[in-house]
Write a protein that binds this ligand. Structure first.
Ligand SMILES: [Zn+2]
Length: 482
């Protein structure tokens, strides 16, 4: 995008007051112009005013033309001044994004043309831009579209062409609020979560930012976990079933397996699409022990990247294998410990997911791995594992009956302290919901209560029903001790 904008700027610089103003329909056109890919100046044969670039304005408009408030239209693309930065688009892609009734079925919202139907040399025939609405009629439109076809774009559509822009507060690459053990996670009452859309939206905002949310005062019923989950999205079914139980009874034969300390892990890493979010609804927890532990792997990863950048890099590359290998089900997969992407805005590497689940790791000895690199990777892995044992990262609580933890599976690690089955019962009901479903829920919540979802890095939304719609509620600083 930066390159495209730069090219457009070059093309417009050449286009602004030219020696050869020509009459047109009241919009400026620089037909021809700089290539969008190659960055080159005019060739010698084109002279001082490249004949491929012609500024086309009415002579009387030359003065206002220089205010840069008008569209700049090149051979390949358009630049739209908005007052808050310009928006650039290729003609082809702008035509492609038309959502008029001729192009999009207004009920199904499905397209009635194929992208490949658009002539590659399509360009605007006439344009109108008033600062908030852009109207375009096309020269060399898709065959079958007549002269009356008009594409209309709002400023918001031009700015945010994607339905859920990944960098928005509801998107996959949203800013996160990193937390430590002193962070006060939010407990939302079941009634409000289920029946108050406003509280639900703000709870979703908390979940989007911190990856961890608690519900309380849940009716004592095994069916509730499904209701709580489906408020967010469809249940993710697995071979454990649509919902499942973590239950230990005193007579359990394999007590050693069921009540021992279970270290930090993420669920179902042996699947190609591990569940995005997990729910654990506590129905009984009267045993001694059995506390739940949570840790923000993104916070640990960030600290590691500061303390030991080489270790962080090593864990971005190290792919660990996971498996579930039983009589009737065989699953296996491998994931880098830190799954990252390049941030378009900052050109920095950022975390997309963490993938870490030691209890479910699979043998890796079949892989050809250089010894030195393996040693370096294992040192990095050990460093990460040791950091995870540091108290400052561990949020510990004993879930009470009627409480439910909801957490982002590939960010928030969970663990369980050992418990004594002789002293009582422990029963949690679990469910999963996919990440896609939550991203959709975040987006629809934001559509309804946009002020809750404004980007406010490092600050959690803690508003309740008392907040006035449209106002930016005061925000507690989640990074300070409460
Ligand atoms: Zn259209």
């Amino acid at each position: 995008m930066a390159r495209l904008l730069a090219t457009l700027l070059r093309s417009s610089r050449a286009a602004v007051p030219s020696a050869r103003p020509l009459y047109s329909r009241g919009y400026s056109v620089a037909s021809g112009g700089a290539d969008y890919v190659a960055s080159r100046g005019p060739s010698p044969s084109e002279g001082a005013v490249p004949n491929a670039i012609r500024s086309v304005v009415e002579p009387s408009e030359l003065e206002t033309r220089q205010s840069r408030s008008e569209l700049s239209i090149g051979r390949q693309g358009i630049r739209i001044p908005t007052g808050k930065g310009d928006i650039s688009a290729l003609h082809y892609l702008l035509r492609d994004s038309c959502k008029c009734p001729q192009c999009i079925d207004q009920y199904s919202k499905q397209r009635k043309f194929r992208m490949s139907d658009i002539p590659t040399d399509i360009k605007p025939r006439s344009t109108e831009w008033d600062g908030s609405i852009l109207k375009v009629q096309w020269e060399n439109d898709i065959p079958g579209f007549d002269e009356s076809h008009t594409s209309t774009y709002t400023l918001d559509e031009l700015r945010n062409p994607a339905a859920n822009y990944s960098y928005h507060s509801t998107g996959r690459k949203r800013k996160r609020l990193l937390w430590y053990n002193w962070f006060k996670h939010r407990f939302v009452s079941y009634e409000e979560y289920m029946y108050d859309d406003k509280v639900f939206s703000s709870a979703m905002r908390n979940l989007a930012q911190t990856g961890l949310l608690f519900l309380k005062d849940i009716p004592d019923s095994r069916t509730e976990v499904e209701k709580i989950a489906t408020r967010m999205g469809p249940l993710r079914n697995t071979f454990y079933g649509p919902t499942w139980d973590v239950r230990t009874v005193p007579e359990a034969k394999n007590v050693a397996y069921t009540n021992q300390f279970l270290g930090f892990h993420m669920d179902l890493m042996y699947m190609n699409e591990p569940p995005g979010y997990q729910l654990l609804h506590c129905l009984q927890n009267s045993c001694d022990g059995g506390e739940s532990l949570f840790a923000d792997s993104f916070a640990v990863a960030r600290q590691l990247s500061i303390d030991d950048p080489e270790a962080f890099q090593a864990l971005c590359k190290l792919r660990l294998s996971y498996e579930y290998n039983h009589q009737d089900d065989v699953y296996s997969n491998d994931w880098p410990v830190f799954q990252t992407y390049m941030d378009e805005h900052t050109q920095q590497r950022r975390l997309m997911h963490a993938n870490y689940s030691p209890p479910f790791q699979a043998p890796m000895h079949g892989q050809r791995r250089p010894f030195n690199r393996t040693v370096a990777e294992m040192r990095a892995l050990d460093k990460f594992a040791k950091m995870l044992e540091e108290e400052k990262y561990i949020y510990e609580l004993k879930l009470n009956p009627g409480e439910c933890a909801i957490f982002e599976n590939r960010r928030v690690l969970h663990a369980r302290r050992q418990f004594n089955t002789a002293t009582g019962q422990r029963w949690l009901a679990g469910a999963y919901v996919d990440e896609d479903a939550l991203l959709s829920k975040f987006a629809t919540s934001a559509r309804k209560y946009p002020y809750m979802w404004r980007d406010s890095p490092n600050k959690p939304y803690r508003g309740g029903a008392a907040d006035q719609e449209g106002e930016d509620p005061s925000l507690n600083d989640g990074t300070s001790k409460e």
